[in-house]
Design a protein around this ligand. Sequence first.
Ligand code: SF4
Length: 364
Amino acid sequence: MDSLELSKIEALKNIILEWFYKNRENYSFRNNRTPYRVWISETILQQTRMSAALEKMENFFLHFPDLNSLAAAREEEVLFAFKGLGYYNRARNLLKGAKYVVSKYKDIPSEYNQLIEIPSIGPYTASAIASICFGKLTPVIDGNIKRIFARIFQIEIEIKNSLFLSQLNLILLKMFNFNILNPGDLNEALMEFGQKICKVKNPQCLTCFVQKYCLAYKNSSVNKLPFITRPENKIIVNWKLYFFINNRKVLLNQFNDFYLLKNHIGFPSIIEMNDEKFFSTHGDIYNNFLSNYKLHNFVNGDKHTITNHQIRFSYCIYDLKNIEINGEDLFWCPFENVENFLVSSGLNKTWSSVYDQIFARGGT
Ligand code: SF4
């Protein structure tokens, strides 16, 4: 990296921080920034829109104001406090993480390598806690950060390519080395810049204070960056899932000879692909439900990719109280153990959202 590039990185750091100090949002989670509050707020904000998250986040802090109160809580209490914030797996993992920290360290550690070992803390949250609370030079990296730097430095490499990440890391390391005193502020400044100015859609280039340093603006390639390849020629698969529920258990299915995820565990399913249909199981469930699936109301779920298949999940939920189920490949599993059996992130995600619905209506 030549000296011109280095002075550009330093100038960028200075003007983005200056803008941040004048314009930053006064979010409630930015008050009283303990490692615990940063951990909880970053975990919540990663998958929930800011506007939806703020009030509920404060409600969570009212229930569990600090690490020890969370670590001592029962799972049902944590799930209740998490209501409305989406995936309950995150709530369960927060509880696991709090118990882990209290038993191993007593308090939240300061080093990135220790933070990353804690259940529910990934690279993003570990970097945020280490930089904001302990002044460590740990840049956070997410889609926002990738987009900003791909544009300003015109990095024309696919963002999943390791070369992209190594170039980004190089720039960030230089930038953070110019910023010994306030790395947490710099992380937050970059994030807020990405959310408000260098946005995914309609970036504010004409009024952007970074414009004169921005190669993508200069070369009219803002809308082409970051460079993201979209999957092509995927086989479209409609995957219908049945969630049979009974007394806080859900029916799981060992897929012996199913079209996808052979020999793995999922939920009783039907796959429709072109004009073909594949059933994950036979016996009672097949006779009573799967063979008549066109009569049932399926709700659309998420889309997901497995190898070269573009999966469209849909699902229905049935309460099977007092109904006997036969099938060697079927078994009942307590809600809290389900994720231990699922290898597919698509099935896991769909289960999380179904579980949220079951929990929201009072559990079964
Ligand atoms: S000029 Fe446009 S593309 Fe460049 S940093 Fe500013 S908003 Fe982003």
